[in-house]
Design a protein around this ligand. Structure first.
Ligand code: NAD
Length: 517
């Protein structure tokens, strides 16, 4: 298979040249559909990470001094450039991750939506807030938002462009610099996006790219950061959170999931089947919010299962740089082996494969069939561990309470989906599930695409959040500037404390009565 025409050797040289690296070491980037090597990606050493932070810090001082309006003008140009060139990003993403083109295109839209949201919302979010101070009429207190400095941003391979650029956007607009460490497998598309930021007028050096395996440069990345934005597995999140804690810097950890979907008895199965297929198999099942557990009542289980399996068998799986396939490849052979091992473990312990269950070497080295299981029991690995592949299991339930209890029986709490004809009843069921995203009559996109609302994982699915006001404020420190018109707070040395206490209590009572404090 030949690479997309946009992926030229000149482009690859430009993108790999953006990595801060003096190590002489390289990671071989392969085209996932064929396993053929595409380019050597330079690797960074801890010293390179330090160099990257120093450069980002110098540029950040300039960037933060620009008025917000000027920074937003850069982001408006970036938005326009990405609208024009998004399909080149999709080409690179497909080469590096093997995802279907529809998904790669949608991922570029995520960055467009986040950018456009914060262009509109930033002036309100970052505005200084003046309050009456401690002494009414005599004092003021103003909350001022100051950029943290340079953010260490670590992203995974599954949604590399969104988890890099969308999470960098509020940080940058708020006046920060960024040192970005994408996964080795998925750096080129991210570098292309960073190139667009520079083309749009961002000061030289503000966003730096470093590359390497976590254990090699992870510590240096956090050591030099003023805040860490991490998306990835729960296991890595624990390591990063511990180091950030040691350094007393803040972090956001967006981690894994084992997301449930409940079909209520009055749900419209036409909608449920189509929605569940999408929510389960999008991005070849490598989405943190995708569905890996489906709960259906005993009464509707047979009909649901028959129709769902039929729909899954109709999924077109292929590797192509066009929009025809429904589903692409898994990201790598080790990922395919992990998914296969989960299915084989379940089958060995008595589960039934209703469809799929096998690799597709005829399509490429990392392809795996869309797979539906039943008869999954708690002793099987895939009952509780995130599989992160095109595999789901159907579980019958006898009552809604039992379905909710099963949905909550997990260490994770990222996303949950509930389908029902009575929307209020479905929403009430959804609110009982311990997850940061609840989607009623949708699998995941409804909540994820609502950029005005803040969301993040409950339980082992994360710490902190993204999107909404909190998704930008987290990248700032708040400074409380309090001004007294006249010094009335210091008691003179001869203060009569009996009278003073009495006066203070009366004053506080009066303020409460007037509703001032
Ligand atoms: P991972 O944790 O192995 O790697 C993620 C990133 O962290 C990579 O860039 C990796 O190189 C880096 N890394 C690894 N060890 C590190 C260390 N010690 N210090 C610093 N960086 C380190 O995760 P993955 O397998 O690449 O990604 C898939 C996981 O990400 C899944 O669990 C998925 O659910 C999760 N995810 C979560 C969200 C979300 O928003 N909650 C979104 C996408 C993916």
């Amino acid at each position: 298979m030949s690479l997309p025409p946009s992926v030229t050797s000149e482009l690859l040289a430009k993108l790999t040249g953006m990595v801060v690296s003096t190590s002489g070491r390289a990671y071989p980037v392969t085209e996932v559909y064929t396993g053929e090597e595409v380019v050597d990606l330079p690797q960074s050493d801890p010293a390179d990470v330090q160099t990257a932070y120093a450069a980002a810090r110098a540029a950040q001082a300039v960037w933060a001094s620009w008025p917000l309006k000027r920074r937003l003008a850069v982001m408006k140009r970036f938005h326009a450039l990405l609208l024009e060139q998004g399909l080149i990003v999709a080409d690179l993403m497909q080469v590096e991750t093997g995802k279907a083109r529809r998904m790669a295109f949608e991922e570029t839209c995520d960055v467009l939506m986040v950018t456009s949201h914060y262009i509109k919302a930033a002036p309100r979010i970052l505005k200084e807030r003046k309050h009456g101070g401690v002494v009414p009429l005599m004092s003021t207190s103003t909350e001022v938002r100051i950029p943290k400095g340079v953010i260490g941003l670590i992203s995974p391979w599954n949604f590399p462009f969104a988890t890099s650029l969308s999470d960098a956007m509020p940080a940058l607009i708020a006046g920060n610099g960024v040192v970005l460490k994408p996964d080795n497998k998925s750096t080129l598309n991210v570098a292309y996006g960073v190139g667009l930021l520079y083309e749009a007028g961002m000061p030289a050096g503000l966003v730096q790219i470093v590359c390497g395996e976590g254990p090699d440069i992870g510590a240096a990345l956090i050591e030099n950061a003023d805040y860490v934005m991490f998306t990835g597995s729960t296991a890595t999140g624990r390591v990063i959170g511990a180091q950030a804690g040691q350094q007393l810097i803040g972090c956001t950890l967006e981690l894994g999931g084992k997301n449930p979907l409940i079909v209520l008895d009055d749900a419209n199965l036409d909608e449920v089947i189509a929605g569940t297929v999408t929510a389960t198999f999008l991005n070849t099942g490598q989405a943190c919010m995708h569905i890996e557990r489906i709960y259906v009542s005993e009464r509707r289980k047979d009909e649901f299962t028959r129709r769902f399996v039929e729909a899954v068998q109709a999924i077109r799986v292929a590797g192509a740089y066009d929009f025809s396939p429904d589903m692409g490849s898994l990201v790598s052979v080790p990922q395919r082996e992990r998914v296969q091992a989960h299915v084989e473990d379940a089958v060995a312990k008595g589960a039934t494969v209703l469809t799929g269950g096998k690799p597709r070497p005829d399509l490429g080295p990392a392809f795996f069939e869309p797979t539906v299981l039943t008869g999954v029991t708690p002793d099987m690995v895939l009952a509780r561990t995130e599989t992160f592949g095109p595999v789901t299991a159907i579980y019958p339930y006898t009552s809604v309470d039992a379905a909710v209890a099963m949905a909550n029986d997990t260490e994770y709490g990222l996303n949950a989906s509930v389908w029902g004809g009575d929307r209020r009843a479905a929403e009430a069921v959804g609110r009982r599930i311990e997850a940061g995203n609840i989607n009623v009559n949708d699998g995941l996109a409804a909540s994820y695409a609502s950029k005005k609302s803040t969301s993040g994982g409950f339980k082992a699915s994360g710490v902190g959040s993204r999107h909404g006001d909190a998704g930008m404020l987290k990248y700032t420190d708040v400074q409380n500037v309090a001004v007294l018109k006249k010094q009335v707070l210091t008691n003179p040395p001869d203060t009569d404390w009996t009278k003073q206490v009495d006066k203070t209590i009366k004053g506080l009572r009066f303020l409460r009565k007037l509703g001032i404090r």
